[in-house]
Ligand binder design. Sequence first.
Ligand code: PEP
Length: 248
Amino acid sequence: MKQKLIVGNWKMNGSLAANAALLQAIKQGLPADNKAGVAVAAPAAYLAQVQAELAGSAIGVGAQDVSQHEQGAFTGEVSAAMLKEFGVRYVLVGHSERRQYHGESDAVVAAKAQAALSKGITPIVCVGETLAEREAGQTEAVVKRQLAAVIHQVGHCVSELVVAYEPVWAIGTGKTATPEQAQQVHAVLRAQLAAASAQADRVPLLYGGSMNAANAAQLLAQPDIDGGLIGGAALKAPDFLAIVAAAQ
Ligand code: PEP
């Protein structure tokens, strides 16, 4: 069976003390024979701390955003090369909060994915529809448009992506897509990747949106759900560890 991947998205939460306690608890609580890939996407300010805390562990360091630019006069931005210096293995691109609050277009998201790949960092490309789009029957068209922009940009590197389906209406709301709803969209994304790459099967397809200890096992049992992107439940070690346990 394909290895599952569980990524915690801390969003703009944490402190030096809270991060240290959370990472200690996660490291200690991982099963000795853990079979899942595990990573945490921390705020940029804490990457040095997270890198140090996770040194020697199998837990990957992730970031939540990356600049599309290589370097220069882009105040406040963090480049892929900078992330690389802090051992970053994964970076979220196109999270709905970035699309919504920072106006990131499909083209910008695609450029960010390319910037990450160019430095050997795996982009976790987030796609998902709003409630209005779902109710208008546009789910498939929206996620395909969002993913198409990235596929077009990265060319032969498609198989190096991670893709996360995150219905916007399920993020931080406590409303989870049913396993069937999620699987339906994942199958669409898998087919789209397969049309672009003979190695599409390698691309982990994560589900994100109020995944928690109670619903993780059912979601992860779906044939095209290869893992989870976890927001709220990633901030509490027992909840995050329970999701990791469901991913064995
Ligand atoms: C997220 O922010 O990527 C997310 C899935 O959040 P939550 O799990 O809190 O819905």
